[in-house]
Design a protein around this ligand. Sequence first.
Ligand SMILES: Cc1cc2nc3c(=O)[nH]c(=O)nc-3n(C[C@H](O)[C@H](O)[C@H](O)COP(=O)(O)O)c2cc1C
Ligand code: SF4
Length: 475
Amino acid sequence: MSPRLIEVAERFKIRHALPAARWPTAEEAARARWFQRARIGRLDVAERTWVPAMVPWRASADGVVTPEVLDWYARFAEGQPGVLVVEATGIRDIASGPLLRIGDDRFLPGLRRLVDTVRERSGGRTRLFIHGRLAAAAGDDAWLRAPEAALRRRLLDAAADRPLVEAALTSRQLEALDYGYRERVWDTHLPWIRDLPRTLPPLFAEAASRARAAGFDGVELHYAHAYTMASFLSRLNTRDDGYGGPREQRVRLPLEVLRTTRQRLGADYVVGVRYLGDEVVAGGSRIEDAAWFGVRFAETGADYLSISKGGRFEDARQPKVGEAVYPYTGRSGYECMPTVISDSRGPFGRNVPLAATIRRAVRDAGHATPVVTSGGIFSFEQAEEILARGEADFVAAARQTLADPDWFRKIRLGDGRLVRRCEFTNYCEGLDQHHKQVTCKLWDRVDLDAPGVRLTADGKRRLSAPPWQPPDGSR
Ligand SMILES: Cc1cc2nc3c(=O)[nH]c(=O)nc-3n(C[C@H](O)[C@H](O)[C@H](O)COP(=O)(O)O)c2cc1C
Ligand code: SF4
């Protein structure tokens, strides 16, 4: 096909069928790469299966662990993945709705309960990392300020005068009108933005030492998606104070945070980095930047690199007045959580080449830092092939594990035919978008009357997948 035809074909949306999956016997699974032990830094991990961070919107309004949060992680732990990463957790001590927080010691008792729950339910098999998020700028909460929403409504109501509005406003003002006001990390005229290089390293390091005090096996620095540190890494970052512009300067603060966190925690504690292999927005960082960043993170002592893609604000859909803009609505959002309605490449494993390129660059530079890939992982064979080809060291599955938290265990036991397969149509992501407790459409209406089932606030959905026992009950 000519490049032009390929380009035209790429624009057509195709509904992809779920590919057939062959499942291994228990013996084959026992020999499989995915189920072999591995090391992350100095930590021994039982297998190379991985559940990346997913926010379930289940913390209390002030960010404390609730029984619903414990259920969410307990259910994943029952499948005994090698690594389970706890949702994006706020490192500043400021309100952020029902999302977990770790910005003060008062959060520690709840987080300790979370660690204990995962240990107990996984039989001590699953390693638990916590994923520290920071939205100091370019963040989510700034979009919801009420007075501004009222003003936006009034101005947007004057739709007939749009040309007049466009002529009167600067492009930043127009963006604030259409999308809500948002700070950028390059708004250095704002004192708190200018000060980020000074304030952030100790903030991350303190949150990380709290994570260790709570008993987590490691911390994951969230340098991905729409968060502040991803914005520092972005090619769009034009700060002129030595922390923007060329990539050596864009990576400076992320490296300073990594170094400070490492110094605070010592060499024996796992500190990983999640970041973007490609921002997928016009003018943003691409794989060449990401491969280069990966080498810098590895040489600065990151214990692993978990590669994601997209999820930026820049191409997000315009939100309704009073709603927050959601960074997973545009093209970059699609690439972060791809669905079966896709281009000709389909959603399955489409981010793997990014991880493979970064891994190669890191290995060529002489580092053994493990690389984690995620995005459209749906089967045992797919994961095995990724590992066999040396494209990643750990293979992570978010939505497939939400669809069936027992799937790793089922495969290990030779019961792969019983895996409840994710349909990759993003009902769960829609709930996330509207800040509703996240569940999966494949199980959230099943056996609502069963004893002990915890339901959503409206009583319509169960919050956890129904329990599973192996058919012969003995394993
Ligand atoms: C409901 C939901 C919440 C998510 N929350 C986070 C998050 O807090 N931090 C993060 O880095 N990624 C988050 N993700 C992205 C996933 O970790 C993962 O990268 C993405 O879903 C693609 O993997 P998958 O195809 O296996 O689902 C979330 C995904 C979903 C579906
Ligand atoms: S809701 Fe849909 S996309 Fe989400 S985990 Fe369930 S089947 Fe997969």
